[in-house]
Design a protein around this ligand. Structure first.
Ligand code: CIR
Length: 265
């Protein structure tokens, strides 16, 4: 079998980020150069972990384009281009699809389906999907229809208090989760063990697991200590400026494996 490498698609911070969608946060001024610098540090952290990063063109008319995670669900076999729940974000998908078709056959969602990639947590062949304001029943049914031929099970998960399921829970190891128990119940994730965030850091459950390490917001030292005590290597990155736009570290990339021969079709 050809060796595989880890790739990530990212997209620059838009000049219009200040007019981003906000659901649970009050709007506060965003320092655009600082957000851009933090994004560059994030990309550098991925590269330092051996990830091949592909940066899409900027989309300055699409305020939330940096949060590329929401536009697709990339599995080993296919990539699903979502129909994001916020109508202001639907223009983001075309460029992402053009980039992803180099690597995967594409499947598409259609109206009235809506789904944000930030609501989809993959654990082996299970796709946990957050019952959020962004992902509707039709979207979740479509995800099931599109992925069941590849052996995926789709499990809807209730959560509260935050925008996306992956704001409340992410994977930090094999069948090992990091979660905020005030926002999501660990009981939903049968067969997984879990760590909890420090209660003083409710947003600390969002982490990118890549190359055996976890990229995690530098603002969460108490939760970082919990991860490190559990033997997990943490790569902290500054992300507080992007957090004002209600985005975390997973939101800023689409991470997937590519076979050694190039495109994984
Ligand atoms: C939004 O509300 O759509 C953006 N301001 C933030 C999206 C963050 N994405 C994510 O959690 N996957």
């Amino acid at each position: 079998m050809a060796p595989s490498s880890v790739h990530a698609l990212v997209r620059p911070v838009s000049a219009s980020l200040a007019t981003c969608e906000l659901t649970h946060l009050a709007r506060t001024p965003i320092d655009l150069p600082r957000a851009t610098a933090q994004h560059a540090e994030y990309v550098a952290a991925l590269r330092a972990l051996g990830v091949t990063v592909c940066e899409l063109p900027a989309a300055d008319d699409l305020p939330d384009a940096v949060f590329i995670e929401d536009t697709a669900v990339v599995l080993d076999e296919v990539a699903i281009i979502t129909r994001p729940g916020a109508s202001s974000r639907r223009g983001e998908t075309a460029a992402v699809a053009r980039a992803l078709e180099e690597y995967r056959p594409l499947l598409w969602m259609d109206a009235p389906e809506t789904l944000d990639g930030g609501d989809v947590l993959r654990v082996d062949r299970t796709l946990y999907v957050g019952l959020s304001e962004r992902s509707n029943d039709a979207g979740i049914r479509a995800l099931h229809a599109l992925t069941s031929p590849y052996g995926f099970e789709v499990v809807p998960v209730a959560f509260e208090g935050c925008l996306h399921l992956k704001t409340a829970v992410t994977a930090v190891g094999e069948r090992r989760l990091l979660l905020n128990p005030d926002w999501v119940s660990p009981e939903a994730f049968v067969g997984c063990d879990w760590l909890t965030v420090d209660p003083a850091e409710p947003f600390a459950a969002n982490a990118v697991l890549v190359s055996g390490a976890v990229v995690h917001g530098a603002d969460f030292p108490l939760t970082r200590a919990r991860l490190e005590a559990a033997g997990i290597r943490v790569v902290p990155v500054p992300a507080d400026e992007l957090a004002k736009a209600e985005g975390g570290v997973t939101c800023c990339s689409l991470v997937f494996a590519v076979s050694g021969t190039g495109a994984a079709r």
